[in-house]
Every structure is written in C-alpha cells, then in structure tokens.
Design a protein. Structure first.
Length: 457
C-alpha cells in the first residue's frame, strides 16, 4: 500500500517553552510519604565511578547565557536523576568545546524549523497541556535511572520500569544485575509509590504493558554479551511480582519462534493474544531481528511478520507497539521515521510519517493516538561540538521533537506538545514511554532519568 502523507494540521496558539539546560547538584531525596515502602534497596546518595567523571555542559557564563539553579527533589517534585533536565547535553568533563563549532545565545540560533517537516509532521499546533513536571517519588536516596516503560492499570494506578538507577549511555548491558533494586514500580496518580518488585529478575528492562486483567508484562534485554543467563525475554507477572510466564529463551538471542533478540515492547489483545516487537538493532551494517511476533494467550507461537528494511511492512527498530479498539497493531518503526499500522493478522493497512520519529506510542479508549518523538535531529549543533554521528542515526531533518496527538483511525494529527528542549537538539530528550490516564493527563518515562507528568488544561 502506498505511503500516506497527511499534511493537514489545525493551527492554533503555539506554545514553545524555551528549555534551559541546568547544572543539577545531586541532593538526596526528602523522606518518602508514609505509605511508601521503606524496605526497598536504594542507590548511592552521591556520584561514584564513571558518574563522578561526567559534567553536564551548562553554566551561567559565556555565550550560552543559561540559567543555573540548585533544586531539591522536594521543590521540583519526583525523583529526577542528575541528567533529567539537560536536554541530553552530557559530555565527559575532559571534552572541551571545539572552536570551529559556534555556540549561539539561547533563542538566537540562526535557523528555524518550518511549520511542517519534510515528511509531513506538523511542528506547530494547539497544545492542550500544561508544561511537564517531574513526577514519581522514589525511596530516600534513590533517583530515577533511564526509564522507557510505563502504563496505566485497570485500577487507575501507574506502573513503570526503570534501569535500576543507571544513567544514559553508561549502563552497560546489565544495569539491574549490577544494582539489584526493584525495577518495576507502582504509583498512584499523584506520584506516591505503592509497591515494587523485580530485584535480580531483570537485566535491562525496556517497555512495560499492563493487560486488561491487571497483569504486568515487561520486555528485557541486554546489549552486551554479559547476559548472565537472562535477557532477550518477555515476562508476565502478577501485580505482586510472581512470575507467571516467560517468552523467549533467557540469555539466548535468536530469530526462531522461541527466541528474541532484544525485544522492545509487548501488547496484549482483549482475547489474550500477545504481540511482541522484536529487535533493537538499527542502521546500515547491523543485522538482527526486526519483526512483530504473535502468540496466543498461553504463549504458543501463531505467526510473525516483518524483516529489516525500509519498504512498507519492513522495520528498522520496531521500538514500540500498541493496539486500538479493533485490535489493529500500531508499530513505532523508529529508524524509518514512521508509524506502521497492521490488521491483527499482519496485513499492512497504513504507513504514516506525520507523527515524527516515534519512540513511544499510546492509544486511549477513544482511539486517540499519542506519539512521542525523542530523537529527530540533523547535524546542526549549538553545543560547541558535533552532536550526531557520521552514521546519521536519528536523522529526520526539519522535525520538532515532542508529543503528537491524533486519530488512530484516520491518522490526522490534531494537537502537539513541543519539546521543552530547543532546536538544535544536543542529544536524546523527552518521553520514551507514554501513558495517559482517564482524565487525559500524560505520563512520560524518560531515558534521561525521570518521569514527567503533563496535566491537561
């Protein structure tokens, strides 16, 4: 089926909050609320090891003219990690700016993004949300590590995964084995911690799904050879943390019906059918899985479709997937900068580029589609150093990052929450996992180490 480009956008008041990269002083969290479990393990209360050798590139001096602030966890809410508000502008402290890469004062970068990207993604539009705020209080001394998985349970609570306090690009392959705290956590909508589980059971959790019966599904993988007999799996848990089912062969990557290679996401149909987005490898010269695998409710293989490529129906990193009310399958084909839509049997229905470069997807009960773009970028820089590799990973020029909201039935983009981080983007930023509660409030799980809540106006 031919690609569908939808460029019709309802224009409205544009809200583009300017982001400020902050020098965050890591201070211990205030004591958790009384109902927060206090017997959970915590991470160290000060940077050590590789973390002590990093610097967040921001100051109050020089041409960047950026603000500096010392905030406590209590003042800003949640339990953000040290890089949460950097917009991804993180570099080793011995990596000085390069003289031939100019830095322009904030708001004065000489190139502006167009109203619509080259592939048809709107860069402006009505924004019905307040600015995002840090959300989700962890036990004293623990802050969010890289987070990608989040969902709303039938009882209205919010379940999330995080990588056990490890931070962007520095977690190796086995962060939750190296620091065995609970990586699966349950919160109420106000961000109070209710329960947690999973210490020592997961390697490097990616996405999370809560099914219609309240069971918790987590994808787990490792990007190193040190799986220690775990990873490359999808797990089903009770809310109390009892393991009920494992799909895949722990510690063994593969492409057969009983193997995965770095599975990204999982979605459960009302009849119990299981869909898995398999394969996190991307780019030229990288081989590996790039497919959707379907099982019945008991874990028996039904079918699989897709392979690495760029043609309709092919994938290059199927980073997320969700189902609509019909049971149709929506796949975040991230490296191909598109969302692909399939009928339950794998028949291709739509190829949509108007939602940007998708890292996270969510569909609510009214078939409203939410798509988060955290990676669109080009080779432009305002950090004093080049910020995209020669391989072109993340290349999606003329596209503003943020959360695009539209119809899952027609593909029309109806509103847009622009990223608080200014163009050009220094690194990955924004929500890599999305959830929306019954009041339309959005919760974002961020790779930079925080949870953020966007309240609907």
């Amino acid at each position: 089926m031919a690609n569908r480009f939808r460029r019709d956008v309802t224009h409205g008041i544009v809200v583009m909050p300017a982001a400020i990269a902050l020098w965050i002083l890591w201070v211990p969290a205030q004591p958790p609320p009384a109902e927060t479990p206090t017997d959970m393990a915590v991470v160290a209360d000060a940077p050590t090891g590789w973390l002590a050798g990093l610097a967040v590139v921001a100051s109050t001096e020089g041409p960047m003219q950026r603000s500096s602030a010392t905030w406590t966890i209590q003042e800003i809410g949640g339990s953000p990690g040290p890089f949460a508000d950097t917009c991804g502008e993180i570099a080793p402290s011995d990596d000085p700016p390069l003289a031939d890469w100019p830095i322009f004062p904030e708001g004065e970068f000489p190139i502006e993004l167009p109203d619509t990207s080259f592939l048809g993604a709107p860069n402006i539009g009505p924004n019905p949300y307040e600015e995002g705020v840090h959300w989700g209080r962890l036990p004293e001394g623990r802050v969010w590590g890289s987070s990608l998985g989040i969902d709303v349970a039938p009882d209205g609570t919010i379940w999330v995964t995080e990588r056990c306090g490890s931070f962007p690009g520095r977690d190796g392959g086995t962060p939750c084995l190296d620091n065995p705290v609970d990586p699966v956590l349950q919160f109420d909508r106000e961000g109070r911690l209710l329960s947690s589980f999973g210490a020592g059971m997961l390697v490097r959790p990616h996405k999370l799904e809560v099914d219609h019966e309240g069971f918790i599904w987590v994808t787990d993988f490792t990007r190193s050879g040190e799986s220690r007999g775990l990873g490359h799996t999808v797990h089903k848990f009770t809310p109390e943390g009892e393991l009920l089912m494992t799909l895949g062969t722990p510690g063994e990557p593969g492409d057969g019906p009983d193997h995965f290679e770095d599975p990204n996401d999982v979605a459960i149909a009302p009849n119990g059918d299981i869909y898995v987005a398999d394969g996190h490898g991307t780019g030229a010269g990288v081989r590996g899985n790039a497919r959707i695998v379907k099982f019945d409710r008991d874990g028996n293989f039904i079918t699989a479709w897709g392979q690495k490529g760029m043609k309709p129906g092919e994938f290059d990193m199927p980073h997320a997937l969700v189902l609509d009310s019909r049971g149709w399958v929506y796949v975040a084909d991230r490296t191909n900068n598109r969302v692909q839509v399939f009928e339950p049997d794998g028949t291709l229905a739509h190829v949509w580029y108007q939602f940007g470069r998708p890292s996270a997807l969510f569909i609510d009960q009214d078939d409203v589609l939410y798509v988060a773009d955290t990676e669109s970028r080009d080779r432009r820089s305002n950090t004093g150093r080049p910020r995209i590799s020669g391989t072109g990973y993340g290349f999606n020029p003329a596209t503003r990052r943020g959360i695009r909201i539209g119809s899952a039935r027609t593909g029309e983009v109806q509103s847009f929450l622009p990223s608080a981080c200014p163009y050009p983007y220094p690194g990955v930023s924004g929500a890599e996992g999305l959830a929306v509660d019954e009041d339309g409030n959005i919760y974002g799980a961020e790779w930079l180490g925080t949870m953020r809540k966007y309240v609907r106006r």
